[in-house]
Write a protein that binds this ligand. Structure first.
Ligand code: 5AD
Ligand code: SF4
Length: 443
């Protein structure tokens, strides 16, 4: 048994957060322990994100700080895993010589033997970035699940086959691979037995679940998960608009645990740009799907992702995006300035948009949406909503905090209540709408 201490520094999306949990589940049974203090760590492992240049810069600036630390601690082992690791392999070590080893997104599952090799220096290999046909399943019974969060992630499908022209994901995470329904259900059941009440199913495109392996469809999987006792809520992310269909709309209507929120990234409101992005739907296709969804589920909360300043984006293209935002009236959205990634096809597209213009467009887009966000929050004033209580508010310990089914944060007071309502579903009367949250009082 080793008593080595590891610090895992996680950057990027929810899938990386889940992969960090996988790393812990792989290493914990071998006697590794985890720390959040760099000072006491024997190994520092950085789980990285390559989606935009900014995400990459954060990792290399952290590596700069670690290089200084390593000057006085020759035994400190530094590893890089995740999406930058898969993309750049050996180049990372050339750029940051303090890095001892690099593990890609598939080789991650071999981390125990990789760490063994690296520490015993049994061979000279220090870059592990092979892709595999099949990924290992961790036995949920043998490997303790360390986090017993009220809300947990479970990856159901890895990789992506869509090749949107701006995106690194298909190159760094490989082709789509679905986990078996049995493994997913068992993992959720174990998490629920340890206190999880809400599960977010993860995949780059959850609608493709099971297609390659001929398993259950995504909606069939949702129906099975909906039957798990003591699980209160199911969320998922992300759904690709091209595959969003009536089956999923019906699931929102009929599956009582499925939360009333959909994240449906459109990226742009211009047909020309959607085509250049290889998104495989038109503005009209998207708006029709949103219309159908709103007809069947009028109360559903809708969110999206946008990229501004994609190569060749004209003022007219950008205005089409603004008009789509005004039409859909999203509950909230994420917007990003286009970032050139050398593996993505759009890297080679001409007519790159100036950084300053991208910034201007981003600001304008966010200001158009901020009106929508507030209006969409205000509709809850005077209503009673059900909140899954996550705990006491960090900013104001006199208040509780949680989320609605539509994923709105609610801060509320519970006068004269001595009961611990942590992890329970509580009715809250909404009195006030703020820019990013709702405020109320226990009903
Ligand atoms: N530049 C800017 N944003 C990007 N995204 C993906 N690739 C890029 C890129 N090269 C955004 C998309 C996606 C979200 C996760 O990140 O909006 O939906
Ligand atoms: Fe990237 Fe497109 Fe795949 Fe999403 S669907 S991960 S944006 S390639």
């Amino acid at each position: 048994m080793t008593h080595t201490k590891i610090l895992i520094q996680t950057y990027g999306c929810q899938m990386n957060v889940y992969d960090t949990e996988i790393i812990k589940r792989l290493l914990y049974p071998l006697g590794y322990t985890f720390t959040s203090a760099a000072k006491s760590a024997d190994i520092i492992l950085i789980n990285t994100c390559a989606i935009r240049e900014k995400a990459e810069q954060k990792v290399f600036s952290y590596l700069g700080r670690l290089a200084l630390m390593k000057q006085n601690r020759a035994n400190l082992i530094i590893g890089v895993c995740g999406c930058i690791a898969q993309n750049d392999g050996k180049k990372i070590i050339n750029r940051s010589p303090c890095v001892d080893f690099v593990v890609g997104t598939h080789a991650l599952f071999h981390l125990p033997s990789i760490l063994d090799q690296v520490r015993k220096k049994t061979n000279n290999q220090n870059v592990f970035t092979d892709f595999y046909e099949k990924l290992d399943e961790l036995d949920p019974k043998q490997e303790p699940i360390l986090e017993s969060n009220i809300s947990s992630f479970v990856t159901i499908i890895r990789g992506c086959n869509n090749y949107c022209s701006y995106c690194v994901v298909p190159f760094v995470r490989g082709p789509e691979m679905s986990r078996s329904p049995e493994a997913i259900l068992e993992e959720i059941e174990i998490k629920v037995s340890k206190g999880t009440r809400e599960i977010t199913l993860l995949g780059q495109n959850v609608n493709s679940y099971g297609k390659r392996e001929n398993l259950l469809s995504f909606v069939q999987l949702l129906k099975r998960i909906n039957k798990i006792d003591n699980l209160y809520r199911i969320r998922f992310t992300t759904s690709h608009p091209k595959d969003f269909n009536d089956d999923l709309i019906h699931a929102f209507v009929h599956l009582e645990k499925l939360c009333f929120h959909i994240h449906l990234p459109v990226q742009s409101g211009s047909n020309n740009i959607l085509k250049q992005m290889n998104r495989k739907y038109s503005r009209d296709d998207y708006l029709k799907k949103i219309e159908r969804l709103k007809q069947e589920c009028p109360d559903i909360c809708i969110t999206s992702d946008f990229i501004v300043g994609f190569p060749g984006e004209t003022q007219k293209d950008f205005e089409d995006t603004l008009s789509l935002i005004r039409t859909v009236k999203y509950d909230s959205l994420f917007a990003f300035q286009y970032s050139d990634r050398y593996v993505a096809p759009s890297y080679h597209y001409k007519q790159k948009v100036d950084e300053s213009l991208k910034r201007e467009r981003l600001m304008e887009l966010l200001s158009v949406q901020s009106d929508n966000t507030l209006r969409r929050n205000e509709r809850f004033i005077g209503q009673t909503v059900q909140v899954l209580v996550e705990g006491k508010s960090k900013r104001n310990p006199g208040q509780w905090t949680g989320r609605t089914s539509g994923n709105k944060i609610v801060n509320f007071i519970a006068p004269n209540l001595n009961k611990d309502i942590h992890a329970s579903l509580i009715d809250v009367f909404i009195e006030e709408a703020c820019a990013h949250s709702l405020r109320g009082v226990i009903a």
